[in-house]
Design a protein around this ligand. Structure first.
Ligand code: NAI
Ligand code: MG
Length: 795
C-alpha cells in the first residue's frame, strides 16, 4: 500500500470526550430534578416528571419536573419578593454577582459543554468552542452594564419580574442572553427552559447557589408549552422575553395584548446567504458550512436560502457537494464530528416531511453518498438546487441541515429574492467588493448582516429581527432597553389633562354673504382626496357648537394611504441633513401661520388664546427638536470580540401608522408624526377624532414645505375603527397608538398576524408639554430598528 493510499483509506477513529463530570452532576440529583424556586430545590406540586433524552444515543438522561400553575405562581412570588433588595444593592452590587456567575461558568465550562452536547445532540466541538465561551462572555459583558447602569441609563429603571421562555437549539446560550441583561438592569426572573433541553439550566441553578445569588433572583421552572403559557398569563409578570417559533410568538402577542406587559420576541427565519460572482468561492463554501450545518441547521438565523449569481452557480454547487461528501455526522461527544443529532423525533419528522415536499415540488435534491449512524436522530446534510422562489422549501423554515439554492442575475434581483420572505432575522453577503457589500447591506430587511462571514455572535452586538422574525434586540446597548422602562412612565395620568375653557361669544360675522365653504379633505399621496365612501362626520366644539365636517374614511382610504406611503421612496433616501432642512421649513411655515393655527385650536377646544398660542409655540419648538435629531441620532460601532467592525445602524421601521392623541390637537399630532418622519419613516396618520382640524389644516403647510408626496398621509374619521384597519394591514410595519385602553388592546391583538411593531399608551395620558414625557430619544427608538452589519478585517 502506498502512503497516498493509506491516507485515502484512513478512517477516523472515535475521539470521545469524557462525560464523567456531567454524569456526577446528574447523579448528584439522583437523575431526578426538582424545580429551582426561591433558591431551593422544590418538588413540583403535581408530582409529575418527564424524561430528558440524549438525541445522539436515545439514552434517558434524567427526569425533569413538570411545573404547574402553583409552581409558576410560587416562582413568580419568589421573584417578586426578591425584587426590592435586588434593585437596592445597586449596579455595582449586581455587577459583582454577574461577574461571579461568569467566573463560575468558566471554571465549569467543560461540564456545561458536555452536558449540553449530551442533552441537545450538538457536537462537543461547538458547545466547547462556541456556545459556552459565548455564555461566559455574555455574563462578563453584562456585569459591565450593571456597573454602568446608574450613569449610562439614568432615565431608565427596572421593569420588575421577567418571564423568560427559551428554546432547545442553544439552551445555555439563550439562558445567558435572557438572564444576564435582565439581572444587570435590576429585574428578577422566572425562566422556563425548553422541554427537550432543561439540564444546563438546572446546572446553572446550582451555580447560582454556589455563588450565593440572593434567593428568588433567578427561578427555573421546567415544563412544556402549557407551563410557558401559565408564565405568560401570570398577572405579576411585567415582561415576557421569548425565543422560539413564530407560531408561539404570535400566541404570546395575543395573550398579552392590552395587559401592559412588555414583550420581546426572537422568532424564526429563512435567512438569505447571497453570493456575488466575484466572491472567493472556497471561503464561501466554508461560510456555508457555518451557515447551515452549524448546530444541524437548527439555528434561527441559519443561512438556509443560498442565492448565488448565475455565472458562478454551477461551479459553487459542485464545490458544495464535494465539501458535503467530507462532512461527518455522528455522536455528539465525538470530538471529530461536524454534525450531531437532531434534537427530537418530532423535529426530525418535520425535516423529513419538508424535504419530501421539496422533492415532490420538482426541486433537485442532493445528499452525500455515506449513511448516518443508525441509532439516534440523525439527518444528513442536504442541498436543493434549481429551487423556485415560491416553493414551500424556499419559504418555510426547515430548521434542519437543509440548504435551498436559487440563482439570480442582477444585484437588484438578489435584493428582491433576499427580501421575498415574511421573515427578517439575518443575512450574509459574499463579495470581494466592499462597495457592493455596503450597498446591498442596508437594502436587506434583516436585523443582522454578515459580510463575508456567517453565524458570528458577540455579547456587545444586538441581535434580533424584522417582520415575522419578531422584535426587540438581545445583546449590546440596544438590548438593554428590553429590560428597562422610562422613568417618565410613572408620571402618566389616568385622566386627560384639562385646560380651562370658555364658551364662544356669539358669532359677529358679516351675515350678508355666507362664508366660502372650506371643506377639509383627506391628504393622500400629496393630494387632497375625498373619502371613498362619500361620508362625513360633524366636528363640534366642546360646548357642542357646530364647526365643520371632516371626511369619514374607511378601509379603502387606509389602503390608498398605505400604498401612497410605500410609493414615497425619496424620503427614506434623503440624508439626515436634508430631512432636517425640510423639518425646519415646516416649523418656519407653521410660525408664519401661528395665529391661524391658534385660532383653530380655540375654535375646537374652547381654550384661551394664550393657551392655544402656547400649544402652537410648543409645537414649533418640538419640530426643532426633531430637526436637530434628524442628523444626530447615530448608531454605534460595537467592539465585538472577533476581528470585526460591527456597525449598529438605526434604520427606519418603514411605513408606520400613527394614531394621535385626542387632546392637544396640534401638539399631539406634531409630537408623534414628526419624530417618526425624522427617522425616515413614511406615515399614515389618524388625527385627534374630536379635534382633527389642526391636522387637516396642516396639509397646506406640508404642501409648501417640500415634504415629498406620500411621506405624510392624513386620514380622518372614527379613530378606533380606522386603527383596527391599520392594525390588520399587512403592509404597515409599525403602529403607534395614543388613545383608550381598549384601543391599545385592539392594536396589540390585531397586529399579531404580521407582528408589526406597536407602541401604545394603554389609556394613560402624557403631558405633551413636559419635554421628558412628550419628546426625546424614546420616540426615536420606537421609530427605528437597529441593524448590525459585521465587517471582518485582516487576512
Ligand atoms: P416552540 O416555539 O413551541 O418552543 C419554544 C419554547 O416555547 C419552549 O420552551 C416551549 O415549551 C415554549 N412554548 C410552547 N408553547 C408555548 C405557549 N403556548 N406559551 C408559552 N410558551 C410556549 O418551538 P418548537 O415546537 O420546539 O419548535 C417548532 C419550530 O419552531 C421549529 O421547527 C423551528 O422552526 C421553530 N423554532 C425556532 C427557534 C428559534 O431560535 N427562533 C427555536 C426553536 C424552534
Ligand atoms: Mg411547539
Amino acid at each position: 500500500m502506498s502512503i497516498k493510499e493509506i491516507y485515502q483509506t484512513m478512517e477516523y477513529g472515535p475521539a470521545p470526550e469524557s462525560n464523567k463530570e456531567s454524569e456526577d452532576f446528574l447523579n448528584s440529583h439522583k437523575r431526578k430534578f426538582n424545580l429551582f424556586i426561591n433558591g431551593k430545590w422544590t418538588k413540583p406540586a403535581s408530582g409529575d416528571y418527564f424524561e430528558s433524552i440524549s438525541p445522539s444515543t436515545t439514552e434517558k438522561l434524567a427526569l425533569i419536573s413538570n411545573a404547574n400553575e402553583k409552581d409558576v405562581d410560587d416562582a413568580v412570588k419568589a421573584a417578586k419578593k426578591a425584587l426590592k433588595s435586588w434593585v437596592e444593592i445597586g449596579g455595582h452590587g449586581r455587577a459583582r454577582y454577574l461577574y461571579a456567575i461568569a467566573r463560575q461558568i468558566q471554571k465549569h465550562s467543560r461540564n456545561f459543554a458536555v452536558l449540553e452536547s449530551m442533552d441537545n445532540g450538538k457536537p462537543i466541538r461547538e458547545t466547547r468552542d462556541i456556545d459556552i465561551p459565548l455564555v461566559a462572555r455574555h455574563f462578563y459583558h453584562h456585569a459591565g452594564w450593571a456597573q454602568l447602569m446608574d450613569t449610562e441609563m439614568k432615565e431608565y429603571k427596572e421593569i420588575g419580574v421577567i418571564g423568560q421562555i427559551i428554546p432547545w437549539n442553544f439552551p445555555m446560550l439563550m439562558l445567558a442572553w435572557k438572564i444576564a441583561p435582565a439581572l444587570a438592569m435590576g429585574n428578577t426572573v422566572v425562566l422556563k427552559p425548553a422541554e427537550f433541553t432543561s439540564l444546563t439550566a438546572l446546572l446553572f441553578a446550582d451555580i447560582c447557589k454556589q455563588i450565593g445569588l440572593p434567593d428568588g433572583v433567578v427561578n427555573i421552572v421546567t415544563g412544556h408549552g402549557d407551563t410557558g403559557a401559565t408564565l405568560v398569563n401570570h398577572p405579576d409578570v411585567a415582561k415576557i422575553a421569548f425565543t422560539g417559533s413564530t407560531e408561539v410568538g404570535k400566541i404570546i402577542r395575543r395573550a398579552t395584548a392590552g395587559t401592559g406587559k412588555k414583550i420581546s420576541l426572537e422568532l424564526g427565519g429563512k435567512s438569505p446567504f447571497i453570493v456575488f460572482e466575484d466572491a472567493d468561492l472556497d471561503s464561501v463554501v466554508e461560510g456555508i458550512v457555518d451557515a447551515i450545518w452549524f448546530n444541524q441547521g437548527q439555528v434561527c438565523c441559519a443561512g438556509s436560502r443560498l442565492l448565488v449569481q448565475e455565472s458562478v452557480a454551477e461551479k459553487l454547487y459542485a464545490k458544495i457537494r464535494a465539501r458535503m461528501e467530507t462532512l461527518r455526522v455522528g455522536k455528539s461527544l465525538d470530538k471529530s464530528i461536524d454534525i450531531g443529532a437532531i434534537v427530537a423525533p418530532v423535529q426530525l419528522r418535520t425535516i423529513e416531511d419538508l424535504v419530501q415536499k421539496g422533492k415532490e415540488e420538482g426541486n433537485t435534491c442532493w445528499q452525500p453518498s455515506w449513511n448516518c449512524p443508525a441509532d439516534g436522530y440523525f439527518y444528513p446534510p442536504t442541498l436543493f438546487t434549481d429551487v423556485s422562489p415560491s416553493s414551500v422549501i424556499a419559504q418555510e423554515e426547515i430548521f434542519g441541515p437543509v440548504l435551498v439554492a436559487m440563482s439570480f442575475r442582477s444585484h437588484g434581483e438578489a435584493v428582491k429574492l433576499a427580501n421575498n420572505t415574511r421573515y427578517g432575522l439575518a443575512s450574509s453577503i459574499w463579495t470581494e467588493n466592499i462597495n457592493l457589500a455596503l450597498d446591498i447591506a442596508p437594502q436587506i430587511k434583516a436585523g443582522t448582516v454578515w459580510i463575508n462571514c456567517s453565524n458570528v455572535f458577540d455579547a456587545s452586538s444586538g441581535f434580533g429581527g424584522y417582520r415575522e422574525s419578531g422584535y426587540g434586540r438581545e445583546g449590546g446597548k440596544e438590548g438593554l432597553y428590553e429590560y428597562v422602562k422610562h422613568r417618565a412612565e410613572s408620571e402618566f395620568k389616568n385622566d386627560a389633562p384639562k385646560l380651562k375653557t370658555h364658551e364662544p361669544s356669539s358669532k359677529k360675522e358679516n351675515k350678508s354673504l355666507p362664508s366660502i365653504d372650506r371643506t377639509p379633505k383627506l391628504y393622500i399621496g400629496g393630494k387632497q382626496a375625498r373619502p371613498d365612501g362619500g361620508n362625513s362626520i360633524t366636528i363640534k366644539d366642546t360646548y357642542g357648537n357646530y364647526i365643520s365636517e371632516v371626511p369619514k374614511s374607511s378601509r379603502k382610504d387606509i389602503r390608498n394611504a398605505v400604498e401612497a406611503a410605500h410609493a414615497c421612496t425619496s424620503w427614506a433616501g434623503m440624508t439626515g441633513h436634508a430631512k432636517a432642512q425640510v423639518l425646519y421649513y415646516i416649523a418656519e411655515n407653521l410660525s408664519v401661520r401661528a395665529d391661524e393655527f391658534a385660532a383653530r385650536i380655540v375654535q375646537m377646544t374652547n381654550v384661551s388664546t394664550a393657551d392655544a398660542n402656547k400649544e402652537v409655540q410648543t409645537s414649533i419648538e418640538r419640530i426643532y427638536t426633531y430637526a436637530a435629531w434628524a442628523d444626530k441620532y447615530d448608531g454605534l460601532v460595537h467592539h465585538t470580540t472577533q476581528r470585526n467592525v460591527t456597525l449598529a445602524m438605526p434604520e427606519r421601521v418603514g411605513v408606520m401608522g400613527i394614531v394621535c392623541p385626542d387632546e392637544s390637537p396640534l401638539l399631539g399630532f406634531i409630537s408623534t408624526v414628526i419624530p417618526a418622519i425624522a427617522m425616515g419613516n413614511c406615515v399614515v396618520v389618524i388625527p385627534s377624532e374630536s379635534a382633527p382640524l389642526s391636522a387637516t389644516d396642516f396639509y397646506q403647510i406640508l404642501e409648501t414645505s417640500d415634504v415629498p408626496a406620500g411621506c405624510i398621509n392624513i386620514v380622518t374619521g372614527n379613530k378606533d375603527e380606522l386603527t383596527k384597519e391599520m392594525a390588520k394591514h399587512d403592509d404597515i410595519d409599525g403602529l403607534w397608538y395614543f388613545g383608550s385602553a381598549q384601543g391599545s388592546k385592539d392594536v396589540e391583538l390585531l397586529s399579531a398576524e404580521n407582528l408589526k411593531r406597536t407602541w401604545v399608551n394603554y389609556g394613560k395620558y402624557r403631558n405633551w408639554y413636559d419635554r421628558s414625557q412628550g419628546e426625546g430619544t424614546e420616540f426615536l427608538r420606537h421609530a427605528t430598528e437597529i441593524k448590525n452589519i459585521w465587517i471582518p478585517y485582516g487576512a
